[in-house]
Design a protein around this ligand. Sequence first.
Ligand SMILES: [Cu+2]
Length: 169
Amino acid sequence: MQSYVLVISLLFLLMVAAVFWWVVRHSTADASGAGAGGSVESYRGGLFWGLVALGLVVAALTLRPWPYDVAASDGATTVTATGNQWSWEIVPQELPAGRPVIFKVTSNDVNHGFGVYDADGTMLFQTQAMPGYVNQVRYTFTKPGKYRVLCLEYCGLVHHDMIEEINVK
Ligand SMILES: [Cu+2]
């Protein structure tokens, strides 16, 4: 499912890029300020491609640790997490530290938000728990300890009480 979304997003990005490319190719030099400076023209091309290169580098560096990339399940532990009004069913609840864990998150009733927090209350990752869908998140706990799962989407009267614990050893 997520790979289809990626391909569709890339196709839309290519379409937008093609429109930009067409506009750049068909624009006239006069549009950039009544011939005020040939130096501005030469400078803009370099700036454009410099920003394109910078964008590619930033995207490559920041998207590598993509938590939703669950294709390679190299001995990862699989956990099923199911949201219910108003509790979490997490199997198993004891997980290893230092090894990848793949969370398969869904819901039996309404939309919930599956958010995992460390002992200091810092959110580590989150995804939606939706009826009829299984969202996958890959995460490696670096430290043993107790982690908490909280619901991040208001799902009814006892939403605030949807708290569950994960024990990492
Ligand atoms: Cu909730």
